[in-house]
Every structure is written in C-alpha cells, then in structure tokens.
Design a binder for this molecule. Structure first.
Ligand code: ZN
Length: 390
C-alpha cells in the first residue's frame, strides 16, 4: 500500500480517539492569560507525542503558554527536504477561567460544544493525528513539524518570534484554525493592531470649581470620533474603539480616561499610514491642557495570497476533493498567526482545521464528522507538495 492509502485508512479508524483527545483538551480552561491552563493543554500534546514516540521541544515563555514543537523525523535523504512542513495551532482560548465547569465538552446530534472546541482545539487534535500518521507510515516529503503555541488570541506577543523563526525555515505552513461552516479554508486575512491610549486631564469640583478642571472625558470623546472617522470600508480599513473607561465621580471634571483601539486593514502598505493618523490624533489636544499617550498592545500581519500560496491552496482543494468534500478559499477580517508565517514569505494556508463556527461565543460548535476528513485532506496535501513543486 502507498503512504496515502495507509495514512487515510488509519486516520479513518481514529475518530473515537480524536474525540477522546478533544474532550480532554476542551475540558481544561486555557484563556490567553491562564499560563498554567495553556501549559496543561501543552502537557496533553506532549503525552500524546510521547505515546507515539515523536520527539518534543519546548520553548518556555514567561507570561503565556510555552511553545510546544513536535518533529516527525524525515525518512528521506538528508539536506534535501527544502525546509520543514509546519502544522500550526494555538492552545489558548478567549474564555475566562470557570467556563469549562459552566459548559464542559458535550456532543449533541453530531455537534460538539465547549470553550475552544472549534477555535482551535479540534485543529490541535487534527494536527496531532496527522503527525502520528506520518510517523507510523512515513511518506512525508520533508520533516513534519507540529507547532503548538500559547498566546494567539491576544496577538502572540511571546509566540510570534518562535512562529516567525519556524516559518523562515519552512517550505509551507498549514494553520489549523477552524474550517468555515461552508467547508471553505481561508486564503486572506486582514492585519490588525491593538493599541491603547490614556489621557490625563485635571480634576476639579464640577460645581464649585468647574473652570479649573480639564476634562479627559471630553478629550477622549473627541479623539474617538476622530479615530472612528479614519474608517475606510472601501479599502477594508476599520477602526473600533472597543473599550473605554475614565473619570473619578459624577461631580468631578474627569482627570483621566483611557480606551483601546482595534485597527484592521487589508493592504500591508496601509498599516503605517493608519497608525500615523492615529498617533496624530492622540498627540493633538482637542481640549487644551490634556495630554495623551499611545501604546501598541498586540499586532497581527495580514495574510496575503502569493502565487506559491495559491499553488498550495490548489493542492489542498484537490486533496479535499479526493477526500470527498469541496472547499474554496475565502477572505476574513479576523486575524491569525498565519499572517506572521505569510509575512516572512512562507506559503501558508489557513483554516484547514475541522469545520466549526460561532467562535469566541458560548454557541461555538464543531461538526464532529469533519474531524477525520479534514485530517485526511491535510495529509493528502502534504503528500503532494513535491509534485506541485512546493
Ligand atoms: Zn483561533
């Protein structure tokens, strides 16, 4: 038997084992700021790899999850692989501690629920089983790396350097974010910058001493209007001030105010221009006497489809068809780590994970029957990289 038929046949027998692993991962709270939880999910990955005999390397991180890297050694001639094949996924979720006890992993009518079930613990499970399959049967055209990161949902402040270093030595990257409800994968994503600003005014009694006050809240209101006015829907540039706080009491002229901004853009060249406009708004005092400071908190690069990424996508489409499902590429405003791997020039395809939806909400769901076929399609695509000259 060829590797392809061995691998896809073996994956077909692993449905129940996939569910068991998925249940274990989902039932661990692993919000982006819960380092012990994210590392506990990492320990599940490590245990799985150890049972398969697949070696693991850990890059320790201070605040978020450690980066876990599993490598299936290559059985081909040394030095001739043209770079690793990387299967990527994040172990953190957007959910707070305690979410798991409120709504643990469950399956009803073929749909699985639970925090992070689709985004993206199912993708981690898929990556684990694809690695295991190639370790058992061989056939990968290059060393196969599973990269399990720990802080994607907040822009990978610590994981980014590891991801970029891995991508620079990679032939291609498959990112196992959830497949769209349509079955589609993602071939383009917006870039994003999360930033925060704080305004300092001057407190004064709003009845007895109004004129001595400098209102940070009036200033923030004007700044927010100016920032939102930078939105250009035709160019895909959006500005959202999604968090705001400030003030001391209802009868005090507000001495401080702060807010957080989410900038999204499509064209890589629009990033610096938009940030410069935001910086100019922050610098300007609409209310004389206020001062403000801007801090970048996190950043995602856009996923842009290069000609080689398009070839990778075409291989995947054929691999999916041979597995029995149709898929197309789509664009999303959501950001992901795939922007970083594409940003260093490595052909990347995103959302090859099992199919789900309503991510980041209590209604998040996963189509259980997509676990095996998505793993099979991923494996088929890997087996055909050489043939496509990738
Ligand atoms: Zn995700």
């Amino acid at each position: 038997m060829t590797s392809e038929s061995q691998i896809t046949a073996w994956l077909a027998t692993q449905h129940d084992a996939m569910i068991t692993l998925l249940r274990e991962m989902v039932d661990i709270d692993s919000g982006s700021y819960n380092k012990p939880g994210i590392d506990a999910v990492g320990a599940v990955v490590q245990r799985f790899m150890a049972a398969q005999g697949i070696p693991i390397q850990i890059t320790q991180q201070r605040n978020h999850g450690d980066t876990v890297r599993a490598v299936v050694p290559w059985d081909g001639p040394a030095g001739n692989a043209g770079g690793n094949i990387v299967l990527m996924g994040h172990r953190d979720t957007v959910f707070p501690d305690g979410e798991v006890s409120r709504r643990p992993f469950t399956i009803r009518d073929g749909i699985a629920y639970g925090p992070g079930v689709a985004d993206m613990k199912a993708g981690l499970v898929m990556n684990c089983f694809v690695l295991a399959a190639f370790h058992k049967f061989g056939g990968s055209p290059a060393p196969l790396v599973g990269l399990f990161t720990g802080d994607e949902e907040i822009g990978s402040p610590e994981g980014r350097a590891v991801i970029e270093a891995e991508a620079r030595r990679a032939r291609v990257v498959f990112n196992s974010e959830p497949g769209r409800v349509s079955g589609n994968v993602v071939t383009g994503r917006k870039g994003g910058v999360f930033s925060a600003f704080r305004i300092t005014g001057k407190a004064a009694h709003s009845g007895g001493n109004f004129s001595e006050g400098i209102s940070a809240i009036e200033e923030i209101a004007r700044k927010i209007q100016a920032i939102h006015a930078l939105t250009d829907l035709d160019r895909g540039i959006t500005l959202n001030v999604g968090l705001i706080s400030g003030g001391q009491s209802v009868n005090t002229v507000a001495p401080w105010a702060e807010a957080q901004i989410d900038l999204r853009y499509v064209e890589p060249g629009d990033r610096d221009d938009a940030m410069a406009r935001i910086a100019a708004i922050i610098e300007r005092s609409y209310v004389p006497g206020t001062k403000a400071e801007l801090t970048v908190k996190g950043e995602f690069l856009p996923l842009v489809q290069t000609p080689t990424a398009k070839r990778l996508f075409e291989i995947y489409v054929q691999a999916a068809a041979d597995t029995g499902f149709t898929t197309a590429g789509e664009f999303t405003g959501g950001c992901a780590d795939s922007g970083f791997t594409a940003g260093v020039g490595t052909p990347t395809i995103c959302a090859v994970g099992p199919v789900g939806g309503k991510a980041h909400s209590p209604d998040e769901f996963l189509r259980v029957e997509s676990l095996v076929p998505r793993a099979q399609a991923c494996a088929r695509a890997i087996l055909r990289l050489d043939q496509a000259g990738l």
